[in-house]
Design a protein around this ligand. Sequence first.
Ligand code: URA
Ligand code: URA
Length: 210
Amino acid sequence: MIDWSLADAYQNLDMPQLVDTCNGCQACGLAETRTKVVVGSGPSPCPLMIVGEGPGEQEDLSGLPFVGRAGQLLTKILGSVGIDREKDVYIANIVKCRPPGNRNPEAKEVNACRGYLIRQIQLVQPKILLLLGAPSLKSFFPDSPSISKVRGQWMYADVPYSDTQLYIMPIFHPSYLLRQASKEPGSPKWLTWSDMKEVKSALDFVRDFE
Ligand code: URA
Ligand code: URA
């Protein structure tokens, strides 16, 4: 599931060194079209980590994840359950450079970036990992049923940095939610809000043990 050995080549890197390495990366074709590499943002270590898909236009220009419209919605969703985006969550993506025109990242691009992401998880040491949208879900669980079927369900992984398992939950991507008007019970927005309340409870629970 999570193949920690893919980060073996980066074991000697701390977070600033990992950021430097990513900034100079030429491992896939996205290096040619990117403006800035978007490695991640937030406190590290951090009990809650979010993994999105890849930078969009605003992220590519600023070098920061989730700052465009989808990012603003993400900040709002987190805030609605009392999670402060700046203080309570580390945010990254499965690819660190913008796919041209915001297309889905290709498998070879995701694979080229995977070791960085896995090293990042080792450094952030989250207790809870949220996977945003289908590409993020599929990159961790290639055989998973669709995101609509598994969103809101906890999955678990062994981690090398803790005796306790990592709690993993797929949730809808905020870009998808931007295209959904309804907030009625059972709608994607409503479901995501209910998922986030569950995440907040889990976060409060793991913090009690810190
Ligand atoms: N969408 C993503 O998946 N990641 C970002 O950083 C921004 C938009
Ligand atoms: N389809 C996707 O690709 N992502 C979502 O978040 C929901 C549906």
